[in-house]
Ligand binder design. Structure first.
Ligand code: 5GP
Length: 203
């Protein structure tokens, strides 16, 4: 099947949902590019500037907002996060599917701006399990963990605004669910006009 432009995919999951591991598996398929966001939070151990995020200052972030350089941006737990527009456009133009791993506020903004975006929300098996996973990760203080758990509950309440909802209670299955959704979406009639035209031409 021919499709000229890549698909813009909004992927949201509260922190601690195992989305990092899911994304690593999804990227192995080679069919996706994961957008690198800009953020004003500090890098965690092992995070690399330009790979995990573009770690920038408040001043630089605000300058980028002023210059319309973000597809979307949002505040989350006291920090700015945003999707640089140019990189996304460049990949979509090349026919590469682009995944935006963003929180719900930014996701809603993208859905409003880009109705063609495919939106997928990943659920944890339960909020308690999410708290357990965050504690196990050990990258945040207890107070921050509780802040993130509260944030996660608020995010889950918005899951129904997404096109698809997947539960991550097993990595392999959750990844397959994601790939299945993307595959089925390709067959929507709006993306098949070229194919329909070709068939008619050879009639
Ligand atoms: P973390 O600090 O755990 O890396 O990310 C915190 C939250 O910010 C996550 O829910 C993540 O999806 C979200 N996030 C990361 N990048 C962006 C972005 O560019 N825009 C928005 N709106 N959210 C983002």
């Amino acid at each position: 099947m021919k499709m000229n432009k890549g698909r813009l995919i909004v992927f949201s999951a509260p922190s601690g949902c195992g989305k990092g591991t899911m994304l690593a598996e999804i990227l192995k398929s080679g069919d996706f590019w994961l957008s690198v966001s800009a953020t004003t939070r500090n890098p965690r151990e092992g995070e690399v500037d330009g790979v995990n995020y573009h770690f920038i200052t408040d001043e630089k972030f605000e300058e980028m907002i002023k210059n319309d350089q973000f597809l979307e941006h949002a505040g989350y737990c006291g920090h700015y996060y945003g999707t640089p527009l140019k990189d996304v456009e460049e990949h979509l133009e090349k026919g590469i599917n682009v995944i935006l791993e963003i929180e719900v506020q930014g996701a809603m903004n993208v859905m409003a701006k880009r109705p063609d975006a495919l939106s997928i929300f990943v659920l944890p098996p339960s909020v308690n399990e999410l708290r357990r996973r965050l504690k196990k990760r050990g990258t945040e203080a207890d107070e921050v963990i509780e802040q993130r758990v509260a944030q996660a509950s608020a995010e889950i309440a918005l899951a129904e605004k997404y096109d698809y909802v997947i539960m991550n209670d097993g990595l392999e299955e959750a990844v397959q669910d994601f790939l299945d959704v993307v595959k089925v979406e390709k067959f929507r009639s709006v993306y098949q006009s070229e194919l329909i035209g070709e068939v008619l031409k050879n009639a």
